[in-house]
Design a binder for this molecule. Structure first.
Ligand SMILES: Nc1ncnc2c1ncn2[C@@H]1O[C@H](COP(=O)(O)OP(=O)(O)OP(=O)(O)O)[C@@H](O)[C@H]1O
Length: 227
């Protein structure tokens, strides 16, 4: 599905990524310490940053020159870090912003409310009054209303209470089962590797390790990251 080849990218004259390659896979985990370049890589994937070198393939098509909206139209969705939602709008209104105008908009909202019971329970509550974990679920639900083939998630469990972390992890596994691919930046290495078909470890913008996922990879990755 999504494949990044030999990507160089950064901000202005600062190069952050140095020849990064990410293979396709149902769930692909991008791991690394703070500042390693994980978010930058996701921004390249969705088209917010244009790489200075390298190629981005989606469904076999080279999309490196496509704007983010065109990538979304082709089936990519991006949930940035930080549980973003329109805090003055209710949960339902946040979902309607994306769903209105879509064929089957109401059914798409209902499907996400069924997936995330907390959102159904607090459908009339302003998003600013939801917990961080519920706002994260709302952000994921909004992305899923676009019916993506690939969901790009930047640290979806960061700063979230453990019960909802487990729910979000369950959702990611469920999505893969539904045929939605996931590109995942995640601090919880055990979970990320369990869920991942492939992983890459980034350090200072270089890929230091890459292999198949699975729980057997945990010790290798911990050693690679010195944690
Ligand atoms: N908008 C920006 N402008 C300039 N430099 C940036 C920008 N965003 C990130 N950087 C720099 O790029 C490097 C990689 O940052 P990035 O956010 O991609 O890392 P990360 O692995 O996602 O880290 P974290 O886990 O802290 O989010 C860092 O040195 C960071 O300071």
């Amino acid at each position: 599905m999504l494949e990044l080849n030999d990507i160089e990218a950064g901000y202005g004259r600062t190069r952050v990524l140095h020849g990064v390659t990410v293979p396709a896979g149902k769930v692909v985990a991008v791991l690394g310490h703070n500042g390693a370049g994980k978010t930058t890589l996701l921004r390249v994937a969705i088209g917010l940053i244009k790489p200075t070198k390298g190629r981005v393939f989606f469904d076999g098509e080279d999309i490196a020159s496509l704007a983010p909206n065109k990538r979304v139209a082709r089936g990519m969705a991006y949930v940035p870090q930080g549980q973003q939602a329109f805090s003055q709008l209710t949960t339902l209104e946040n979902l309607q912003l994306v769903a209105d105008g879509r064929r089957r908009g109401k059914a798409l909202i209902d499907a996400q409310l069924a997936r995330f019971p907390a959102l159904e329970q607090f459908a009339a509550r302003k998003a600013g009054l939801l917990s961080g974990g519920q706002r994260q679920q709302l952000a994921i639900a909004r992305a899923l209303i676009t019916e993506p083939k690939l969901l790009i998630l930047d640290e979806p469990t960061e700063g979230i209470q453990p019960t909802i972390v487990a729910e979000i992890e369950h959702t990611i596994v469920q999505l893969a089962g539904e045929g939605i691919n996931v590109l995942l930046v995640e601090q919880h290495i055990g979970f990320a590797l369990d869920a991942a078909e492939h992983y890459v470890v980034l350090a200072s913008g270089f890929v230091t390790h890459t292999d198949q996922g699975g729980s057997a990879a945990v010790s290798t990755v911990r050693a690679a990251m010195a944690i």
